[in-house]
Design a protein around this ligand. Structure first.
Ligand code: UT7
Length: 337
């Protein structure tokens, strides 16, 4: 059977830095509240003319260069996002021509904060089946254009930021499962009965109205995300612990064998609670949320790229990732870089 390996990564965040102090000028919030509750100090927001696929393009170009491949080798494009350029078609279709590619499948993954690990799992399965050989997977979000940035939406608006991260995943030959670079496992989960604990209601056919979106929906603010923060927080800690432990058991590796933990970045407190619960030394967890906030599907590949730059992620590093988000969805992966 074939195996897959991450052979390159890249990231891009918009230049505009939005600090907590900047937010406190447009809504009733404070730097201290945001830092104490979430660990976030600043995030990036795009300029009006920039779209999600624009961010993705730069991250993808970097990942292709970093992988040392020619883009013509890419035979499948996967795009994880919940903040696409347009309602349809999927964002991979908008990105494909910008990359100068054509004909290859362009597939969107809509699993929110778990989207990148879901994408890794899909790429791994495609490669294992022999269907594709070199897959470009990107996670990118423009949240700043879709949030209520008034005091009414402050619980959500202070948490999310814009950004993109991408990886090239390629077929590889694994000589030694304990040592060779490859994706060792992915585990995916969901619990749709909690879909409305963190969701965007409109536009939608489930609103009981003739139109998927109308002025009444807009007046009610249904186009903005809404969240039961405490419920999401509690479930994130529990589910990320569970799926991480399952990933370790599956691969017969101990927690102390993992060199680097690249978790989703929803709230620094969530990752600190995970570390406390599982007794992971904090220096083994690579966090980026302080600078970028929650960039949803882009978070883990942004973390990968920054960890490479920081010298914490090198050939041979054993990595564990876990994510939790809207859906509820959650997922884990263990991979050797
Ligand atoms: O990937 C998944 C994505 N999301 C998450 O993982 C988020 C998970 N949840 C969380 O991170 C936390 O629940 C939050 C950071 C969102 C909120 O923290 P919390 O400790 O659960 O606060 P809370 O919702 O209980 O709100 C406490 C107070 C409330 O005021 P009252 O009712 O006590 O007077 C809120 O209205 O804080 C108020 N509040 C704010 N105050 C200043 C809510 N948002 C803000 C804000 N600034 N931005």
């Amino acid at each position: 059977m074939y195996n897959s390996e991450i052979i390159g990564c890249g990231m891009y965040v918009p230049e505009r830095v939005v600090t907590n102090h900047d937010l406190s000028k447009i809504m009733d919030t404070t730097h201290d509240w945001i830092v104490q509750r979430s660990g976030i100090e600043e995030r990036r927001w795009v300029s009006p003319e920039t779209s999600t696929s624009d961010l993705a393009l730069i991250a993808c170009e970097q990942a292709i260069k970093n992988a040392g491949i020619d883009k013509s080798e890419i035979d499948c494009l996967l795009f994880a996002t919940i903040s696409p350029d347009h309602d349809f078609p999927g964002n991979a279709c908008f990105l494909q021509p910008k990359l100068g590619l054509t004909d290859i499948p362009a597939i969107d993954v809509r699993q929110q904060c778990s989207g990148f690990i879901y994408g890794m799992s899909i790429a791994d399965a495609f490669i294992k089946s022999g269907q594709y050989k070199t897959i470009l997977l990107v996670g990118a979000e423009v949240h700043s254009k879709g949030m209520d940035i008034s005091t009414k939406g402050r619980d959500v608006a202070v948490l999310f930021g814009d950004g993109a991260g991408a990886v090239v995943i390629r077929r590889t030959e694994v000589k030694d499962h304990a040592k060779s670079s490859h994706i060792m496992s992915t585990h995916l989960f969901s619990e749709g009965s909690n879909a409305k604990a963190l969701w965007g209601a409109a536009p939608g056919s489930g609103l009981g109205t003739v139109d998927r979106i109308n002025n009444l929906h807009l007046e009610e603010g249904l186009q903005y995300p809404s969240m039961n923060g405490k419920k999401v927080f509690a479930n994130a800690v529990r589910r990320m612990c569970e799926c991480l432990m399952l990933a370790l058991e599956t691969n017969k590796v101990k927690l102390e064998d993992i060199d680097l933990f690249l978790f989703h970045q929803a709230n620094l407190r969530i990752n600190q609670m995970l570390a406390q619960e599982l007794k992971i030394p904090e220096e083994k967890i690579f966090n980026t949320i302080m600078k970028y906030g929650n960039t949803t599907a882009a978070t883990i590949p942004i973390g990968m790229t920054e960890a490479v730059k920081a010298g914490k992620l090198k050939k041979g590093t054993l990595v564990a990732s876990a994510a939790f988000g809207s859906g509820f969805t959650w997922a884990s992966s263990v991979y050797r870089w």
